[in-house]
Design a protein around this ligand. Sequence first.
Ligand code: DQA
Length: 139
Amino acid sequence: MKIQIINGPNLNLLGVREKSIYGDSSFEAYLEKLRGRYPAVEIEYYQSNVEGEIINKIHEVGFSFDGIILNAGAYTHTSIAIADAIAAIKAPVIEVHISNVYKREEFRHNSMLAANCMGVIAGFGMNSYRLAVESLLSE
Ligand code: DQA
């Protein structure tokens, strides 16, 4: 099984950025643990702060991978282009968020992407990614 994790803008700063909201682990450190937990699953990781690069990655893996776990960061709330990319591919996409976006500012309550995704997991810290892996595995 091949899963692609895609993190969007500012998520390269996990462990440094707003630790009270996003925790103090870097994504790379978390990824090592996640890969260790699922040795039989090929988990690829990509991060970009650029909307078009995220779209290119979705196109690149969207016809060959078994699933995509996407934390599009703030683009979640704005990007019709990423929503269209998700609709264009074959692989199921799970939208994830580290924080519980529904407990936060109102502009974070709306997702442009969710309707094109298999489901949404939000508010479980880094565990949101593991729960997304679990849901792809149980498909
Ligand atoms: C986020 C929530 C978004 O609203 C925010 O813009 C992020 C991170 C999360 O993982 O909680 O950058 O996607």
